[in-house]
Ligand binder design. Structure first.
Ligand SMILES: [Zn+2]
Length: 714
């Protein structure tokens, strides 16, 4: 264990570091200063005084303090208790809970409760319900059954949030806000109700100004869809044929906007009423219905929820094939990288970290000994600055009775309780310098919402989907341990040696210009099938593919082919020497126009035609992978390209071990995370000190099952 810093050293160090990280430290620090234990780091637990007898609150606060936690998040599902009938507000109980917590030196993050409106509201206002893509109305009884565009629901959500904000703006101990809860997560991903139709029409008017532009952009002459009044424009509900693809893409954009603006109303109010508090929201990673870059743009930092054991259960549910440990760890890692990337690399917080068996009707396995600590460190290793465990006590009623927390149903300590206590103490000792340091990445992976939505509208092959493609590319690159930033289509690419852009189906002129200058300047771009097939207004590109990037890629797409019964394969040339690959569901047939052929198709009419090419362009290189390569071949090819681009990991680690690097002020922290149940050994040529154990090591590094090391060069 590291010797603990004094509180004064801790806070003053944090002030500089958090400011460097771009967080709203001055306001947050002043608020947290009233809570000695807050210590400027957010290591806490999600707590439910609303679901716990008041006679237990003191005991809970004492036990939460004993763990070493600095904060709790509370009240995000307590609307019915805070507003038992319309306009009647009761915060006395919440004031008592906040007071007990702050008297025990626990800072409080308050959640606004709009994810679950109370029954009186649902009974009185029958137009607030979401309508799903089949046109069916949702019903109350669950959560997030409401429409993000509905004016009544927005007004009532803002009212309860405003009353809460006024009640707790000056409350000692309150340091921040979580707006709503998991906006991306509902049984229906988008709403198609009348309020959304009206909202969509208004959004289109603001975007396109006139109907002539809309008709031309969408090509509404097809199927006689020319609109002569904005009120005629439908939402993509079932109508006897597929919707216009341009309308459908704009509708997905509108739904993202509707959620962002729903949140924006509460954000604007909180900034005014609670200027000393930080404001965030929480989401589950890897869901693409709301553009996270828009959602977090004006928030102070990103908060995400992380449930690796729940992911594991879902993977088992989807397939009977064995689930390798690195598949689950890559899924979590990608969620963390996504969270960090949503605000351009700023340290993020895990608002809900799995602490026990997670799930509802079915739940995932009990975490193995060491796994909860490992998952916590994985978040920190990827740029996390704080972690709250979900949840303190396990609910004894309600839909989440089996979502296990730190206390069992009988309030005894859960199996992983000691691990969480140990982890919190370790992280406090490691201190804010590490927690607010920068994540080091030499590679970038482009994630583009437009591509995800446009591919969903017209996948070309019914099994083709954007998110699994991006996930498989991420899984293929991650063993290079180069650090991966997940960036947007218009992000600055210049910090990276290599940029991966799978299934970049929609390419705007602005993105093409960014890519062109990146490659020209010496960068390596790796992209693949369906590149640039559509404009950002959802029109087919009228020039030979890959459209705007044909000169950069040095190829012309001769044909694009979904693959069904006929088998296809790829044979590599010397530049990418290795076993033949199988080609899954898609093949772009490439005609080199200056590019070198690195792989060719092996079967059928396209046998011998180029499948993988590399083109020198300016000082850089652009690689086109036209075939949907099998997982092993994709991993081999992408890692080989990473190596050629000059990406280097500090030292080699075995499969199942993850390595990431954070840095600040000339210091580097190397994280080693063993996601397997076997002990692992790796060699290195430098002298390292493990900051967790204070061991110094040269030559060989041993890592026990699910173990973590944080190394610094001695
Ligand atoms: Zn709606």
């Amino acid at each position: 264990m590291l010797p603990s810093l004094s509180r004064r050293e801790f806070v003053s160090g944090a002030a500089v570091l958090v400011s460097t990280a771009g967080l709203r430290l001055p306001v947050w620090a002043r608020a947290a200063a009233s809570v000695p234990a807050a210590d400027q780091v957010l290591l806490g637990v999600d707590y439910y005084p609303d679901q716990t007898p008041e006679s237990l609150w003191e005991e809970d606060a004492r036990r939460i303090t004993d763990v070493g936690f600095t904060n709790v998040r509370i009240a995000e599902f307590a609307w019915a208790l805070m507003e038992p009938s319309e306009g009647k507000f009761e915060f006395a109980w919440l004031h008592r809970a906040v007071k007990i917590l702050s008297q025990n030196n626990i800072a409080v993050i308050l959640g606004t409760p709009s994810a679950a409106p109370p029954p009186w509201l649902s009974a009185k206002y029958s137009d607030i319900f979401e309508v799903n893509a089949q046109g069916q109305r949702l019903y109350p009884g669950g959560r997030r059954f409401t429409c993000p565009s509905n004016a009544t629901y927005r007004r009532l959500s803002l009212t309860i949030a405003s009353e809460m904000a006024r009640a707790f703006a000056d409350s000692p101990g309150v340091v921040g806000w979580q707006i709503d809860n998991e906006l991306t997560l509902g049984s229906s991903l988008r709403c198609y109700c009348n309020a959304c139709q009206t909202g969509f029409q208004a959004w289109l008017r603001a975007r396109y100004h006139d109907l002539e532009t809309i008709n031309r952009t969408w090509g509404t002459v097809f199927w006689s869809q020319t609109y002569t009044d904005f009120t005629q424009i439908p939402v993509p509900l079932p109508s006897g044929g597929d919707p216009n693809p341009g309308l459908a893409l704009d509708y997905d954009r509108y739904q993202s906007y509707a959620n962002v603006s729903f949140q924006g109303e509460q954000l604007e109010m909180l900034r005014k009423v609670c200027p000393r508090h930080f404001i965030t929201t929480n989401n589950v990673g890897l869901l693409d219905t709301i553009d996270m870059r828009d959602l977090y743009r004006d928030l102070d930092f990103v908060a995400f929820d992380n449930y690796p054991g729940f992911f594991e259960m879902l993977l088992h549910q989807q397939s009977s094939a064995p689930v390798p440990p690195d598949a689950i760890s890559a899924m979590s890692a990608m969620g963390h990288d996504f969270a960090r990337g949503a605000k351009g690399g700023k340290p993020f917080m895990i608002m809900e970290e799995q602490s026990g068996k997670a799930g509802q009707r079915s739940f995932g396995p009990q975490p193995e000994k060491g796994q909860v600590r490992l998952w916590t460190y994985q978040a920190i290793a990827h740029g996390g600055m704080g972690v709250n465990y979900f949840r303190w006590d396990t609910a004894t009623s309600g839909a989440e009775e089996y979502w296990h927390g730190m206390l069992n149903h009988d309030r005894s300590n859960s199996p992983a309780f000691g691990e969480m206590q140990q982890t919190v103490r370790e992280l406090k000792a490691l201190g804010p310098e590490l927690l607010y340091s920068k994540y080091v990445a030499e590679s970038a992976l482009v994630f583009d919402y437009d591509c995800s939505w446009a591919v969903q509208i017209q996948p070309g092959h019914f099994s083709l989907s954007y998110m699994p493609q991006v996930q498989s590319w991420y899984g293929a690159i991650s063993p290079s341990h180069s650090g991966i930033d997940i960036v947007g289509p218009l992000s600055d690419l210049s910090p990276y040696k290599i940029v991966f852009a799978p299934l970049a189906y929609v390419v705007s002129e602005a993105q093409a210009a960014k890519i062109r200058s990146f490659v020209q300047g010496g960068g390596v771009l790796v992209t693949g099938f369906r590149l640039g097939a559509k404009t950002d207004t959802s029109q087919m590109v009228r020039t030979p593919l890959p459209g705007l990037l044909r000169d950069v890629m040095g190829v012309t797409i001769e044909d694009y082919v979904p693959i069904y019964s006929a088998k296809q394969g790829v044979r590599f040339s010397a530049g990418l020497a290795g076993a033949d690959a199988s080609c899954g569901i898609w093949a772009d047939i490439l005609q080199p126009a200056g590019a070198e052929v690195l792989g060719a198709y092996t079967n059928g009419a396209h046998s011998g035609k180029a499948a993988v090419t590399a083109n020198k362009f300016g000082k850089g290189k652009a690689i086109y992978i036209g075939a949907d390569l099998d997982a092993a071949s994709l991993a081999r090819v992408l890692q080989s390209l990473s190596g050629s681009a000059g990406v280097r990991q500090p030292f080699n680690v075995p499969r199942g071990v993850e390595l990431t690097v954070r840095s600040a002020g000339g210091k580097q922290w190397i994280f080693l995370l063993n996601h397997t149940s076997d002990a692992q050994t790796m060699g290195n040529s430098k002298n390292f000190t493990d900051l967790l154990t204070r061991e110094s090591m040269t030559g060989k590094i041993h890592l026990g099952a699910y173990a973590v090391r944080i190394l610094q060069e001695a």
